[in-house]
Design a binder for this molecule. Sequence first.
Ligand code: AHM
Ligand code: MG
Length: 348
Amino acid sequence: AAAKPTAPAKRSEFELFTFNTWLFNLDTELCTVLSSISVACKQIAAAVGRAGISSLTGVAGTGENVQGEEQKKLDVISNDIFSMCLRNCGRTGVIASEEEENPIAVEETTSGNYIVVFDPLDGSSNIDAGISVGSIFGIYEPAEECVVDMDDPEKTLSSCITNVCQPGKNLLAAGYVLYSSCTILVITTGDGVFGFTLDPYVGEFVLTHDRITIPETGMIYAFNEGNYQLWDAGVKAYIDSLKEPSKWGGKPYSARYIGSLVGDFHRTLLYGGIYGYPGDKKNTTGKLRLLYECAPMSMIAEQAGGKGSTGVERVLDVVPTKVHQRVPLFVGSKKEVEYLETFFAKKA
Ligand code: AHM
Ligand code: MG
């Protein structure tokens, strides 16, 4: 059942509308999964905040992950925290992480059987400089009954992959947690977008952003322009056009790029504008992963009145064929993403 919570008028300055209160409006099984994710993210926030003090910066020495990227200590820790919380909640059938090659069938499941996809610590190249990072997650219902056959690991794995490889339009819930000057959890269960800020004194996520809507337009773009020479003519022409003062009759757009999807997306959600990671000559499908980066962010954008596109297709319609599949991503204000799409249409 979709949540329809809106914070009631405050009766006292001490009254808090917490994430846990909000969760009571949901199906109890889903509520248990989301509650476990919020606990994982509180733990990760604590680890990120103390990284420099407790020697948690730097690489883990575990070598490259499935993405061919060197794992940081905090990537490994965050993945362990996320996985343990999801296993312990007893309601997840399959989990798939950016940090693990294959999805995992959860033996501890008692009921619920949700499929959870996640990137436990996105933007981790920023950690050592104390710059914003985040966690991203999406939750699906099983596409088929999950086969867990300990004598046949291949059968189990193929069933897990089928359950995980669902288009974003099937998502029951999507969210992220930004670890920045404050820790903020943003979530949708298909009925609007809500933001909860972690009160460090009380230890609870408190509703601070009730039904977020993204501005229809916005004068900020977030692209890694270092890749400009590798882009297609359409993307180059689009970015060039944003620098023309005449475009909307006013000043040129501002460029902002943290290099942390969660931070760049969160600013776009609140202030408007566009975030983009195009395909390029070297990586034709871009860098970002469909299942646990592009699809959850696109669901949140759509639920807030914005758009998520590959340039030629709605991100939520893309059916994954691989767990770690990449797609180009353009997400943000509706009119900004539609304007970008006209440059792809010209090319076709
Ligand atoms: P990660 O999952 O390995 O952290 O990579 C994803 C990150 C995003 O947060 C960010 O938007 C992007 O990579 C930045 O990439 P680049 O450094 O190529 O601009
Ligand atoms: Mg990531």
